[in-house]
Design a protein around this ligand. Structure first.
Ligand code: FAD
Ligand code: GLY
Length: 368
């Protein structure tokens, strides 16, 4: 008999999971309270940057590299199935340093990251200015990560949802899950305002919103970390690579715009963007690429990153609650990790496989 699965949340994580579950033979319904990609997934910069986004060795860097390889091998097929572009480009990343202390930090990164990717190189002095034309003054060194990529985050999420529908998933938008129904320790159904939907397994992929988990007595300490981004349109092509420097990052997009990111505002649940955030991001952008002063200002966008205290995701079963799995807390790397998370979860949910690293299991945060 087919396993019936309800996925709650139509962000990048829920859409990727629904697709992976359906491809493994489950009968899947995805319930989204608003619209597909209405949450953090529409605001993300779309960088697929496992090593420039990892400060230390561990399961995040390892999973991120596996996730990047999955993007490389699956992006074209996803575009074909969904019949839409996701703007996947091999951008490469530069991580820049302005002083000796920051340069020393880059050398320490290189020491452990080279073990994982031997294409990473440290550039010093004039090499940096030659590699990144138009760079502002005072940059002493830079790490180059040639293998890192990017996509358009919203398009990628919508493409996953479209592919999920093609694989047989029922996607229902505008329907919040408001409660669970239980039989003892087993969850047997979810309630929306109009319906009760029975299933064998349930996946909570509600981004930063922990209210449903709390209603089950699951005290995962999730919180939003708000991030604001600016979208500029440079007068002429500036950089084709992603640039990280102390204070932020610049991400040139395939449509000719460039994102300047991002603020980090823990605990904020709103999408209000203060003038000070815009000023901070613009100052950062001008200090890295002075010609951006002439860029057209296009928009500000803001999203709520789902974050746990150790800044790692929680992926897997909830101990003591049969049938319930979570995939939340992907913080700065949900676009990167969505396909990886989905594949591991589908194997765990349908085959009972023990394939999720202990550092990602929700049990680590639940005292069980
Ligand atoms: P969301 O996208 O927030 O989706 C959760 C969904 O659940 C929402 O659509 C919500 O409406 C729905 N929901 C909640 N409660 C219910 C309910 N009761 N019933 C039904 N539906 C419900 N990541 C990267 O990998 N690379 C980047 O470059 C990057 N840049 C970022 C830049 C910024 C400024 C921000 C804010 C984030 C960035 N991220 C990036 C992180 C990435 O956006 C997140 O990790 C990812 O989008 C999280 O996806 P999600 O599906 O968990 O959450
Ligand atoms: N990964 C970039 C951000 O979260 O801002």
């Amino acid at each position: 008999m087919d396993t019936r699965v309800v996925v709650i949340g139509g962000g990048v994580i829920g859409c990727a999971a629904a697709l992976a579950l359906a491809r493994k033979g489950a009968r899947v319904t995805l319930l989204e309270r608003d619209a597909i990609a209405a949450g953090a997934s529409q605001a993300a910069a779309g960088m697929l940057a496992p090593l420039s986004e990892s400060d230390a060795p561990g399961c995040l860097a390892t999973a991120g590299l596996e996730a990047l390889a999955m993007h490389k091998s699956s992006a074209q097929a996803l575009e074909e199935i969904a019949e839409m572009p996701i703007a996947a480009t091999l951008a490469g990343t530069f991580m820049l340093a302005r002083d000796e202390k920051q340069t020393e930090a880059l050398r320490r990164r290189l020491a452990w990251q080279r073990e994982l990717d031997d294409s990473i190189a440290l550039l010093e002095g004039d090499e940096v200015n030659r590699a990144v034309p138009g760079l502002g003054e005072g940059f002493l060194a830079g790490l180059h990560y040639p293998a890192e990529m990017q996509v358009d985050a919203r398009s990628y999420t919508i493409a996953l949802a479209t592919a999920a529908v093609a694989a047989g998933v029922e996607v229902v938008q505008g329907k919040p899950v408001i409660a669970f129904r239980r039989s003892g320790e087993r969850v047997i159904a979810v309630e929306t305002p109009e319906a009760v939907i029975n299933a064998d397994r349930f996946l909570v992929a509600t981004g930063h919103d922990a209210s449903l988990l709390h209603s089950l007595g699951v005290a995962l300490p999730l919180q939003p970390v708000k991030g604001d981004l600016l979208r500029l349109r440079p007068a002429r092509g500036v950089t084709r690579s992603i640039i990280f420097a102390p204070g932020g990052y610049l991400t040139p997009k395939a449509n000719g715009t460039l994102l300047v990111g991002a603020t980090e505002q823990p605990g904020r649940h709103d999408h209000v963007v203060e003038a000070a955030s815009v000023a901070q991001l613009l100052e950062f952008a001008f200090s890295v690429l002075p010609s951006l002063r002439q860029a057209r200002f296009v928009a500000v966008q803001s999203g709520l990153r789902p974050a746990l205290p150790d800044r790692l995701p929680a992926i897997g079963p909830i101990p003591g609650l049969e049938g319930v799995f979570v995939a939340v807390g992907h913080y700065r790397n949900g676009i990167l990790l969505a396909g990886w998370t989905a594949e591991r979860l589908a194997r765990a949910m349908l085959g009972g496989e023990d394939c999720i690293p202990a550092g990602f299991l929700p049990a680590r945060l639940l005292g069980t």
